[in-house]
Design a protein around this ligand. Sequence first.
Ligand SMILES: Nc1ncnc2c1ncn2[C@@H]1O[C@H](COP(=O)(O)OP(=O)(O)OP(=O)(O)O)[C@@H](O)[C@H]1O
Ligand SMILES: [Mg+2]
Length: 263
Amino acid sequence: MGRKIAVVSGKGGVGKTTIACGLALALAKKGSNVCLIDLDVGLNNLDLLLGVENKVVYDISDVLKGKCRISQALINDSAFEGLYLLPSARFEEQSFDAKDVKLLSDKLVSMFDYVIIDAPAGINNNLELALASANEVLVVVTPHVASLRDADKVISIVKGKEFENVQLVINRIRGDMVVRKEMLSHSQIQKLLKLPLLGVIPESDDINIYSSFKFERISKSGSVDAFMVLAHNIKSDKKILFDYTSKYKGLLGVIRRNLKRSI
Ligand SMILES: Nc1ncnc2c1ncn2[C@@H]1O[C@H](COP(=O)(O)OP(=O)(O)OP(=O)(O)O)[C@@H](O)[C@H]1O
Ligand SMILES: [Mg+2]
């Protein structure tokens, strides 16, 4: 039986879709079978991010209404054999029953090693849907006050339910700013939010994560490496910290920090 992991946040736009996609790609690259569920109803982004928007025929609402079978709605990524997407409903007025979505995710988890659920922004019914369909949660935050304050709210909701695992992912962290003490470090954020840290993803100028994985492009920010570490940490009890500050330490690091400051 696989694992069902919901990717949630308090504040919108902090990188849930990016994290869900990058983690799924990294797990698929490590040989796992992964199904991404896009629960961002009406604002479906995952099909665009994976470049499969032209392949979408059926979506999650068609499956839930019995208009098609699950296998007809799943889209396989031709570049990553083990990666499938269940696209989101394209119309915002769609509302689903949490029990039906849970049933669907239970079916999917019997077919895949990982079911990763991309939750919509904010604290609303659709967040409840995402939580109902998972047994583990990743809370995504950025190192900014608004994101941390709103994460607190979502963490208290998540803690009120019985999840096997609730972990933190810090997105858009900047090694240069952390070294200069202009941004909270991962350990300061972790202390504030009191959640185990799954991993950190650095701020990246080239965050087209799909093409970085597909073309094995060396990302300047190391975001592919950071996602591979995230996937390792999901699979293993021995967690590794991606060192987002290493480039900014020492003499060369001072030069890089100053360069970053000037652009
Ligand atoms: N590590 C990163 N570095 C640079 N840009 C990033 C990073 N992570 C996400 N972004 C950018 O931030 C924007 C929002 O990201 P994303 O759509 O993943 O957030 P979200 O939490 O899913 O948003 P929503 O709440 O609307 O669903 C996108 O333009 C994305 O490319
Ligand atoms: Mg999103």
